[in-house]
Design a protein around this ligand. Structure first.
Ligand code: NAD
Length: 439
């Protein structure tokens, strides 16, 4: 099939590369010329494990190309995916500027019948808006499909190639048939392609993200209570997760969810609720709990050093990305932790294997925040270490080396990557989430 993907970010690039991998001819478009320039030179604009190899292979086979020309891509394709960003606007609603810009472009350049697929996360009713806009600009027939994406950054290729399910919202049997054919190679183990109406597909994406966010926030609250009552949240997690009605995934407590999806999607769902006069109390509480959780590390540091005591302390920070295996720092808890520490007058030595550049661009210049080349370098002269992201390389460090480098062996672990008992034996002061502190 001839496919255009508009928006070559985390979702667009992965989708484009994976469709090409299964033999389709794919043109990825972006309005950001520097991104397209980099891709044409074989340089990846984002970090996503496995993406570079997949793109290189499919470019070589001439199944995958990149352009800034929407016109070219629309004219050459029969299926057009919209995968542009839908950030949050000031009211919490999804900002549809990019989606509607693309719709206008598609309408202008249509040269025959097309299927337009909305892959961006968009509120209920957006597909209808996009279709209406395109139809006012062209007499060629357009079929609108909602195909929300569920990939996780850091495991995006695997998620896309082997999805749990594919959700497709259609308004015609023909579009449903084409989408089933397109996705057939991705569901060879019989994972379902769920064909439904467009509005239900749009709603499914928000309901899924809000449900996952609820689990995270709920466990974070339980972890805070565990600390007070002297329980171990890890044991509680296993205790409840083994109940088949609850299940194990998404029960790890931490320092709040971040990323480009959960925070903005929960907000957008709340906003949709307001628009339709439905009070989504659980989503509102989830969001509030998450905002509070991002400050838990700061509270622990203040309790330990005192507000005044933090002034002039050197704090090492491991992990800046919102989660491991990505360079994405949108809404990352580390942004809040570092901003709080700067506010208290601490000096920060930060390390992340992939996200230092994107973090720096987002956080801006702070004279007391420097970035180190290794995790150990960050520890030099540190009064404490704060762990914000659970990168694999942090899990088995040389504790001996850590103790030698640090001024005092104090760790605040926002991701529970070490065992408190072991840390005590090794002589660390160790604070984690929802488990008793040890010293
Ligand atoms: P992104 O910001 O990484 O990429 C979006 C790209 O679209 C950018 O490169 C931008 O330059 C480009 N763009 C914007 N306007 C354009 C236009 N008019 N023409 C051409 N290109 C244009 O965003 P993302 O993380 O890939 O997310 C895209 C959508 O997918 C969002 O709606 C998001 O909510 C959803 N989503 C994201 C994820 C994720 O993990 N990142 C997962 C599922 C769904």
């Amino acid at each position: 099939m001839e496919i255009a993907i508009i928006g070559s970010g985390y979702v667009g690039l992965v989708a484009g590369a994976c469709f090409a991998e299964h033999g389709n001819d794919v043109i990825c478009v972006d309005k950001d010329a520097s991104k397209i320039d980099a891709l044409l030179k074989g340089v990846m604009p984002i970090y996503e494990p496995g993406l570079s190899d997949l793109i290189t292979r499919n470019v070589k086979k001439e199944r995958l190309s990149f352009t800034t020309s929407l016109k070219d891509a629309v004219e050459k394709s029969s299926i057009i995916f919209i995968a542009v960003g839908t950030p949050q606007d000031e009211d919490g609603a999804a900002d549809l500027t990019h989606v509607l810009d693309v719709a206008r472009g598609i309408g202008t350049y249509m040269n025959g019948p097309k299927i337009v697929v909305d892959k961006s996360t968009v509120p209920v009713g957006t597909a209808a808006k996009v279709k209406h806009l395109i139809s006012t600009l062209t007499s060629h027939p357009v079929e609108l499909v909602s195909n929300p994406e569920f990939l996780k950054e850091g495991a995006a290729i695997d998620d896309f190639l082997k999805p749990d399910r594919v959700v497709v919202g259609v308004e015609s049997e023909h579009a449903g048939h084409v989408m089933k054919e397109l996705y057939a190679p991705f569901v060879r183990t019989n994972n379902p392609i769920l064909v439904m109406d467009v509005v239900s597909a749009e709603m499914t994406k928000y309901a899924a993200n809000a449900m996952l966010a609820v689990r995270v926030s709920f466990m974070n609250e339980i972890s805070n209570l565990c600390e007070r009552v002297g329980a171990d949240v890890n044991q509680v997690r296993i205790g409840i997760g083994t109940d088949a009605r609850i299940g194990m995934p998404f029960l790890f407590p931490g320092i709040g969810y971040g990323g480009s999806c959960f925070p903005k999607d929960v907000q957008a769902l709340i906003r949709t609720g307001k628009d339709y006069d439905v009070d989504l109390k659980i989503s509102v509480a989830t969001e509030e709990a998450n905002k509070r959780q991002k400050r838990v590390m700061t509270e622990k540091l203040v309790n330990f050093f005192g507000a005044e005591g933090l002034k002039g302390k050197t704090i090492a920070v491991w992990g800046l990305a919102f989660k491991p295996n990505t360079d994405d720092t949108r809404e990352a808890p580390a942004l809040v932790v570092c901003s709080d520490l700067v506010e208290y007058g601490a000096t920060i030595r930060a390390y992340d294997p992939e996200a230092a550049q994107t973090f720096k661009a987002r956080f801006g210049n702070a004279p007391k925040l420097s970035y180190t080349a290794t995790n150990y370098e960050a520890l030099e002269g540190a009064d404490a270490l704060v762990i914000c992201t659970e990168w694999g390389e942090f899990r088995n460090p040389s504790f001996k080396k850590m103790k030698e480098l640090m001024k005092s062996p104090v760790i605040f672990d926002g991701r529970n990557i070490f065992d408190p008992k072991e840390m005590k034996e090794l002589g660390f002061v160790y604070n984690s989430i929802g488990r008793p502190a040890v010293a």
